[in-house]
Design a protein around this ligand. Structure first.
Ligand code: PLP
Length: 394
């Protein structure tokens, strides 16, 4: 009774899910304390107190209309606060009319892709990528086109990227800070990319939407800064959420911000509201829009994530792993100690270490470790990493 495409999806879809299930099986055998699960990117810290306090106030307020339908784009008061937050560092400010509240970043990406794609149009994604992009693009009749980033920097090579742009290219999806590498694309690279995209648009007579998927934008280390895509790309649309910054992944609250500099931003906003409605989201959760309203610039304890990054990164480097120090997000993406990342993940499992193979991110030869975990688990796991590395030094 299910479609072939969904059946295929069920079979091939998620390495992360697979590792999560295997982790639970190992925990049942060896006990929770003795399994080191780095597979899943579920925010570890509880939301800031300001969010919880606001939520309690709202629930008890008794204000009529709190739970009703609204404008498909969301509450004006929430959108105003989000616009003010997005405007920090923008040269051309946005108003609430450029913001639509969404059901997380995932909901936002689906709504945006539905709004901009005609069947068969192509969306470029940069490997290593968040694997769900494939499904989001296909859900909305698009064709994913993968471009591999350069090994070591994990930034795209613009010549390689340009070679993949055709008259069918409708969008390019950027994710910085990146899941799984933690890399932030530099301003210089993005400016060169903007010039290249503009020349492609002229050559093909097309418009290419730059989708900046930024759910990790607030999780930055060592003073890192994420370049402002609205200043750099005229056709930029930001998709963001409070899943990671406020630890609200289960509550499904995010937004889309449309560059006011693009041609006809209002038409795109109208299309987004229409698709939010007709895809069945209707609007983002009412209570959660209001709950985040006064906390849009708050974050969970980032210094705690930094501690975890440093502990794990330093240990991996001491064992001879090749690994970039993440500038943001909460993942490490070291090179596997053998070419076959899937075999390496299997070998790690024998030490009760759970990683996700880079193959699941379109980048074989590497593994992803998600360090949004209890720091005590990281401490307990260090000897297992040492044993794993020794196994491959022999
Ligand atoms: N984009 C990336 C790169 C992600 O890693 C995730 C979640 O892990 C999402 C989008 C989806 O985020 P949300 O929970 O806000 O839908």
């Amino acid at each position: 009774m299910i479609a072939k495409e969904v059946q295929n999806g069920l079979q091939n879809s998620s390495w992360i899910r697979k590792m999560f299930v295997e982790g639970n099986a190992l925990k049942a055998i060896y006990g929770e304390e003795n399994v080191y699960d780095y597979s899943i990117g579920n925010p570890y810290f509880e939301p800031p107190q300001s969010v919880i306090d606001n939520l309690k106030k709202l629930v008890n307020s008794g204000i009529a209309g709190t739970h009703r339908y609204m404008d498909n784009a969301g509450f004006k008061s929430t959108r105003e606060k989000v616009a003010a937050s997005v405007n920090k560092g923008t040269e051309v400010p946005l108003s609430y009319e450029n913001i639509m509240m969404t059901v997380g970043a995932a909901g936002g990406l689906n709504v945006l892709l539905r709004t901009i794609l005609d069947p068969g149009q192509e969306v470029i994604i940069l490997a290593p990528y968040f694997a769900e992009y494939f499904f989001y693009i296909r859900n909305n009749n698009g064709v994913p086109v993968t471009v591999k980033c350069t090994e070591g920097t994990f930034e795209p090579d613009l010549k390689v990227l340009e070679a993949h742009i055709t008259e069918k290219t409708r969008a390019i999806l950027l994710n910085s800070p990146n899941n799984p590498t933690g890399v932030i694309y530099s301003e210089a690279l993005l400016k060169d990319m903007a010039a290249m995209l503009e020349s492609c648009e002229k050559r093909f007579g097309t418009e290419i939407c730059v989708i900046a998927d930024e759910p990790y934008k607030a999780l930055l280390y060592d003073g890192a800064v994420v370049p402002n895509v609205l200043n750099i790309f005229k056709n930029a649309v930001i998709v963001n959420s409070y899943s990671k910054s406020l630890g609200l992944a289960g509550e499904r609250i995010g937004y889309i911000a449309v560059n006011s500099r693009m041609d006809e931003p209002k038409l795109l906003m109208d299309g987004l509201a229409f698709c939010n409605r007709t895809l069945g989201f209707v609007n983002a959760p009412a209570l959660w829009q209001k709950a985040v309203e006064d906390s849009v610039d708050a974050t969970v304890e980032i210094s705690e994530y930094a501690k975890r990054r440093d502990l794990l990164y330093n240990h991996l480097v001491s064992l001879g792993f090749e690994v970039n120090k993440p500038q943001g997000a909460f993942y490490l993406f070291p090179k596997a100690l053998i070419e076959d990342d899937i075999a390496f993940v299997e070998a790690a499992k024998k030490h009760n270490l759970l990683f996700v193979p880079g193959t699941g991110f379109g980048y074989p030869g590497y593994v992803r470790l998600s360090y949004c975990v209890d720091i005590k688990m990281i401490e307990r796991s260090l000897p297992a990493f040492t044993k794993l590395a020794e196994e491959f030094k022999k």
